[in-house]
Design a protein around this ligand. Structure first.
Ligand code: FAD
Length: 370
C-alpha cells in the first residue's frame, strides 16, 4: 500500500465508488478504502430503482431536479461504464407503474400526475401492459423514466472504472480515525496510516464514529429494509410495480425483487418472518398469482437516514480538505452520479450548483435555527 495520495475516499459503497470514478476520471490521484468488500453493505440490499419521480413527495422539494439529473446521467453512464469496466450495470428500461386499486389511491397520485413525464393509464391499459396485475386495478401512474439498475454490479462498475483511470482500491481496510497535521490528513487504517491532501467520508449509515472524529455533530440513523428475491424461468413483468410503499422490481438477470420493509432505528440486519409475510401479502395484492413464485433468497440492509431525509453532501463546515457524502436514505443508487459530480466540482473548484450544495450542507440544521 502506498502511504500518500491526493485524495482518500473512505467507504466503497455506491457513493464512495461513484466519487472514486468521477475523481479518477478527472485525473486525480485517488485511494478508495473499504472495511469489507466493495458494495457489500447497504448497497447490496438495494432494489436499484432510479425513482426520481416515484420517490419525490412534493413539488417544493429540491430532491426532484437533483434526482432527475442523476437519473439522466445514468443514460450515458450505462455504456461508458461497460466500455471502461466490462461490467454490465443491468440498466433496464420499462419504468414504474404506481398502482391504484380505488379512487382514494388514485387521488394520492395527483401530485405525480402533474409531471409532464408521468402518464395516467386506466385499468384496461394497465392490464394490457401487465396481464398478471389483479383484475380490480383502477389505473396507474406510468413513469417511463424511472428505470432500474443492478446495484452491486453498478457499484463494482464504478470501482473498477475508477481503477482503470488509475485509482487504488483497498478492501478489508477499516478506517478508525482521521488526523490533521499542517496541510495533510493522516487516515488511520487497520493496514497502516495513509497521508492525503483531501479526505472524503462516504461510509453510509456507518459514518457516525468518523463524523464525531472530524468534529461533526450530525448523526445518521438506520432504517432497516428487508426484501425477497424471486427467480423466474420466464419474464413475468416488464415494468416495476409500486403499490403503497412496496414494489416488485424485474431485473435484467431474470430475478424479481419484492421489497421492502421500513424498520426505523434498527441496527440489526436480521430478517423476520413477519416482514416476509407482509411482503408476500403486498405482492399478492398486486399480483394474485405471485404465491406460485419460487424464492431465490432474502436480503436486508440499513438505509442511512438524516434528520430531514435529505443527504449530506459537501465540504466540512470548518475544514476545507474534508468532504462528506452520506445519508442517502432510500435513494443512494439513484443519487450516486449527481453526488459524485458535486464532490468533483467542489474539489476541482469548477462551477458548482450552489442551490443543491446549500440544500445538502451538513450544518443546515444549525443554519436554519439562526
Ligand atoms: P453503503 O453501501 O453502506 O457503503 C458504505 C461503505 O462504507 C460500506 O461498504 C462499508 O463497509 C464502508 N465503511 C463503513 N465504515 C467504514 C470505515 N470506518 N472504514 C472503512 N470502510 C467503512 N436506493 C436507490 O436509489 N434505489 C433503490 O431502489 C433502493 N432500494 C433500497 C432497498 C433497500 C431494502 C435498502 C436497504 C436500501 C435501498 N436503497 C435504494 C438505498 C441505497 O441502498 C442506499 O442509499 C445506498 O446503498 C447508500 O450507499 P452508501 O455508499 O452511502 O452506503
Amino acid at each position: 500500500m502506498r502511504s500518500n495520495y491526493e485524495v482518500v475516499i473512505i467507504g466503497g459503497g455506491i457513493i464512495g465508488s461513484s466519487i472514486a470514478y468521477y475523481l479518477a476520471k478527472a485525473q486525480m490521484d485517488v485511494a478508495l478504502l473499504d472495511g469489507g468488500a466493495i458494495g457489500d453493505k447497504t448497497t447490496k440490499a438495494a432494489a436499484g430503482m432510479l425513482g426520481a419521480h416515484s420517490e419525490c413527495e412534493d413539488d417544493a422539494s429540491i430532491f426532484f431536479p437533483f434526482a432527475r439529473s442523476s437519473q439522466q446521467a445514468y443514460r450515458e453512464l450505462k455504456d461508458e461504464l461497460y466500455e471502461i469496466s466490462q461490467i454490465d450495470i443491468g440498466y433496464r428500461e420499462g419504468g414504474i407503474l404506481k398502482l391504484a386499486f380505488d379512487e382514494s389511491e388514485k387521488q394520492k397520485l395527483h401530485y405525480l400526475l402533474q409531471q409532464p413525464s408521468v402518464q395516467w393509464l386506466d385499468g384496461h391499459e394497465v392490464k394490457k401492459l401487465e396481464t398478471a396485475v389483479a383484475d380490480h386495478i383502477v389505473g396507474a401512474a406510468y413513469i417511463k423514466d424511472d428505470v432500474n439498475v443492478i446495484p452491486t454490479q453498478t457499484c463494482q462498475a464504478f470501482a473498477k472504472g475508477a481503477q482503470v483511470f488509475g485509482a487504488s482500491i483497498f478492501e478489508n481496510t477499516h478506517v478508525y480515525g482521521v488526523q490533521k497535521l499542517n496541510d495533510s490528513y493522516f487516515v488511520k487504517t487497520t493496514k497502516g496510516t495513509i497521508e492525503a491532501k483531501r479526505v472524503v467520508v462516504a461510509t453510509g449509515v456507518y459514518s457516525n464514529g468518523l463524523l464525531q472524529d472530524i468534529g461533526v455533530s450530525e448523526q445518521l440513523t438506520p432504517v432497516k429494509g428487508e426484501s425477497i428475491v424471486v427467480q423466474t424461468n420466464q419474464p413475468i413483468l416488464q415494468h416495476t410495480l409500486f403499490y403503497e410503499k412496496s414494489y416488485i422490481v424485474p431485473r435484467n438477470n431474470g430475478k424479481l425483487v419484492i421489497g421492502a420493509t421500513m424498520i426505523e432505528d434498527e441496527w440489526s440486519e436480521s430478517i423476520s418472518l413477519q416482514s416476509m409475510e407482509d411482503l408476500i401479502n403486498t405482492a399478492k395484492a398486486m399480483i394474485p398469482s405471485s404465491s406460485e413464485w419460487k424464492i431465490d433468497g432474502f436480503t436486508s440492509g440499513l438505509r442511512p437516514a438524516t434528520f430531514d431525509g435529505q443527504p449530506f453532501i459537501g465540504r466540512h463546515p470548518e475544514d476545507e480538505g474534508i468532504f462528506i457524502a452520506c445519508g442517502h436514505f432510500r435513494n443512494g443508487i439513484l443519487l450516486a452520479p449527481a453526488t459524485a459530480e458535486l464532490i468533483r466540482d467542489l474539489m476541482l473548484e469548477k462551477e458548482e450548483n450552489k442551490e443543491w450544495l446549500d440544500a445538502f450542507r451538513i450544518d443546515r440544521r444549525q443554519l436554519t435555527k439562526v
